[in-house]
Design a protein around this ligand. Structure first.
Ligand code: PBG
Length: 329
């Protein structure tokens, strides 16, 4: 045989492989989601997400410090309030669970980038991401109002920025919320607060375990009237286009693994800082397989993180963020 093409030459040794590797992982890439709850003291395990906890404020600060010391740059904060109602009052309360937590994090860990999830579902008694109409004796949710919901999202984002959040991350998928939040932030003097938009967020069954962690499952119905249909890639490009035009600084795709084509197309088309959210269901399924001895957790995690980078992600939001930072050191 006299082959002109021998790609295996470049795979011969770890040194050669490292030389020609196209992407690599860095602790700079990862963001750790953390859940702060007004209803727990200490830490309460999330059953479907081994290694993930609902945290009280002290534990939140401890875990954030720990993540920072492991080399992470950023955390993403979700809040679980003690009281929920039909206008999500605690989402934009000055002394709300996220607002207090953010003030403390920025005081104690000023160099840690603090991102906040901006949504209403954890704060609404019905668990939907906006202001709703009801029907029937059981008050099932009939419709989620767009513009009235956006008003509350603006208030929420402003209160997070006021508490010191570096990045606000709207995850609700209402139309026009990025533009409204940008205008609200600018008018209030927060022109340097960054918006990371959950721009292409799909209505996904992979969010199941998160809804245990954040206690945010809708009591009736589903989120298909506001989150995107899994079949739609061109629509994802339009959503991202709108969000960039409205002022998004970072655009996100969510979930991660089943949507790598979306990550890739968005990065190629827009070239914006692009984030991917490796969601709770992705975490739960690999954790379960690893617990059974069916898959090698560390190897599978690092492989899929590399796949996110290869697809074009600049930022990876993952419950494995701290482990990744440690593993790749
Ligand atoms: C809030 C929100 C959700 C997630 C992030 N922000 C849940 C949802 O839309 O139902 C999912 C995160 C995950 O599954 O890890 N709207």
């Amino acid at each position: 045989m006299n082959l002109a093409r021998r790609p295996r030459r470049l795979r011969a040794t770890p040194q050669i492989r490292a030389l020609v590797r196209e992407v690599s992982l860095s602790a700079d890439d990862f963001v750790l989601p953390l859940f702060v709850s007004e209803k727990v003291s200490g830490r309460k395990p999330v059953a479907s997400m081994p290694g993930v906890f609902q945290l009280d404020e002290d534990s939140l600060v401890a875990d954030a410090r720990n993540a920072h010391e492991a080399g992470l740059r950023a955390v993403l904060i979700f809040g679980i309030p003690a009281v929920r109602d039909e206008t999500a009052t605690q989402a934009y309360a000055d002394d709300g669970v996220v607002q207090r937590a953010v003030r403390r994090l920025k005081r104690e860990l000023p160099d840690l980038v603090v991102m906040t999830d901006v949504c209403l579902c954890e704060y609404m008694s019905h668990g939907h991401c906006g202001i709703t109409d009801f029907h029937g004796a059981n008050r099932e949710v009939a419709h989620v109002h767009n513009d009235a919901s956006v008003e509350l999202l603006v208030k929420t984002a402003l209160s997070h920025a006021g508490a010191g959040a570096d990045v606000v991350a709207p995850s609700d998928m209402m139309d026009g919320r990025i533009g409204a939040i940008r205008a609200g932030l600018d008018a209030a003097g927060f022109e340097n607060t960054i918006i990371m938009s959950y721009a292409a967020k799909f209505a996904s069954a992979f969010y199941g375990p998160f809804r245990d962690a954040a206690e945010s499952a809708p009591k009736s119905g589903d989120r298909r009237a506001y989150q995107m249909d899994a079949a739609n890639a061109r629509e994802a490009l339009r959503e991202v286009d709108f969000d960039i035009a409205e002022g998004a600084d970072i655009v996100m795709v969510k979930p991660g693994l089943p949507y790598l084509d979306i990550v890739s197309r968005i990065k190629e088309r827009f070239g914006m800082p692009t984030a991917v959210y490796s969601v709770s269901g992705e975490y739960a399924m690999l954790k379960a397989a690893a617990a059974n001895g069916w898959l090698d957790e560390k190897a599978c995690v690092l492989e899929q993180m590399t796949a996110f980078k290869r697809a074009g992600a600049d930022i990876i939001i993952t419950y494995w963020a701290r482990e990744c930072a440690t593993w790749i050191r």
